[in-house]
Write a protein that binds this ligand. Structure first.
Ligand code: XLS
Ligand code: NI
Ligand code: NI
Length: 436
């Protein structure tokens, strides 16, 4: 059965093409800086938004039919998987990401979920072999079910903790069975709504205990990939403990988890935290914690996680600049954690949305390479700090001076010689490099 009938296999046709079902910039096999575009970008499909998202929002019901012609839960899960692989195949997307409950019916108990997950994992394994697709990362949804209303790892209820541990164990098993190269923790409700009822210290200690158990279990069972934390400052809770990359780094170091965890950075979460996307990527890169990306974009006029498909080319350019500077993806990739708008309800809209996101990131890659090859921006930054390459600056960097010596130097100098930051020049230089 074909689910996306209007969607052909999408080919690269180049920027002059008027065909909506063609890539204008994403040419998977073309070589950029010694690697194919496909290898640079490692695109992944998000199972939840793409295959499950039905367009409902707090003000209205579903607008998108994601039944795949089935009503029995297990038949529905299989049809959904068939549709997912059809779509990946048509789009030329090599990877996917899932939560346990995206791929398997929840059933009436956690025992049923376990059995359903085991069955559907086998089914998906078959599709992966047929279509030659790979799992980027798996995760467990420990935030939707009412039992997690107070959190999962950070719940006041030890039973909620135990149920979350069970889901995580089974999702790690599925990830291992499908050869996934990552496992994600996103703390959906791992935070608080009011400190009046919250023991923050115990909640954070418990979260670390859960993560430690997950690492021990995964490693014991042969998982060699990366564990990721996906920072997000708020929503659904008022405050999430995995607020932003810097906060997560402090958490990992406090509990000795920094060797096993890297960051899965989402663009829309960065802006919710009051940062931009590049900032979060930079903080991760500078701390050797860059792992994977949830590619999307928020609407800066709306204060919530709108998870739109990324089409802002400045953002994708500066993102790919950071990715290249980080040495590229190893276990990670670009997962489109993005959904179509509620009014984009026709089956082909999801394919058009992926084309938009993939082309935007292809442009971002091409422009990032241009920035690096041009060299003027990197050169400007290097020159800006030239004072640390010799004399007193070199002594500071090498730890060979002291406050007393610096005072002696300053008193002998009279005043500081300083240069302009030239932000406006750099911004127009960026435009000049991008638009040629
Ligand atoms: C929600 C998150 C979620 C994670 C996976 O805001 O982005 O989708 O990526 O649990
Ligand atoms: Ni995400
Ligand atoms: Ni999100």
């Amino acid at each position: 059965m074909e689910y996306f009938k209007k969607v052909p296999v999408i080919q690269f046709e180049g920027k002059e093409s008027k065909n909506p079902y063609a890539f204008k910039y994403y040419n998977p096999e073309s070589i950029v800086m010694g690697k194919s575009m496909k290898e640079h970008l490692k695109f992944a499909l998000s199972y939840w938004h793409t295959m499950c998202g039905n367009g409902n929002d707090p003000f209205g019901s579903a607008t998108i039919d994601r039944s795949y012609g089935q009503s029995d839960p297990m038949e529905h899960a299989k049809a959904k998987a068939d549709a997912a692989f059809e779509l990946m195949n048509k789009l030329g997307i090599e990877y996917f990401c899932f939560h346990d409950v995206d791929i398997a019916p929840e059933g009436d108990s956690i025992a049923e979920l376990k059995d359903n997950l085991a069955e559907i994992t086998g089914y998906i394994k078959g599709l992966m072999d047929t279509y030659q697709k790979k799992l980027l990362w798996g995760t467990a949804n420990c935030f939707s079910h009412p039992r997690y209303m107070h959190g999962a790892g950070t719940s006041c209820s030890a039973d909620s903790f135990a149920f979350a541990a069970t889901q995580i164990k089974n999702a790690i098993d599925a990830t291992i069975q499908l050869g996934g190269s990552g496992y994600v923790f996103w703390g959906g409700r791992e935070g608080y709504d009011t400190l009046l009822n919250t023991n923050m210290a115990l909640e954070q200690d418990n979260m670390a205990r859960l993560m430690k158990m997950a690492v021990d279990y995964g490693r014991k069972n042969g998982f060699k990939g990366d564990f990721y934390i996906e920072p997000k400052p708020k929503e659904p809770t008022k405050h999430q403990y995995d607020f932003d990359v810097a906060t997560v780094l402090a958490f990992l170091r406090k509990y000795g988890l920094e060797k096993d965890f890297k960051m899965n950075i989402e663009a829309n979460h960065a802006t919710l935290a009051g940062h931009n996307f590049q900032h979060e990527l930079r903080v991760a890169r500078e701390n050797n914690a860059f792992g994977s990306i949830d590619a999307n974009q928020g609407d800066l006029l709306l204060g919530w996680d709108t998870d739109q498909f990324p089409t802002n080319v400045y953002e994708s350019t500066l993102c790919m600049y950071e990715v290249i500077k980080a040495g590229g993806f190893t276990n990670g990739g670009l997962n489109f954690d993005a959904k179509v708008k509620r009014s984009s309800f026709e089956p082909e809209d999801i394919a058009l949305a992926y084309i938009a996101g993939m082309d935007s990131f292809a442009l971002g890659l091409l422009f990032a390479v241009k920035i690096i090859e041009d060299g003027r921006i990197d050169g400007f930054v290097e020159d800006r700090y030239a004072s640390y390459q010799s004399g007193i600056g070199k002594a500071i960097v090498e730890g060979k001076t002291s406050l007393e010596e610096l005072e002696k130097y300053a008193l002998s100098k009279g005043e500081v010689e300083i240069t302009s930051g030239k932000q406006e020049y750099l911004e127009t230089l960026l435009n000049n490099i991008i638009f040629g």
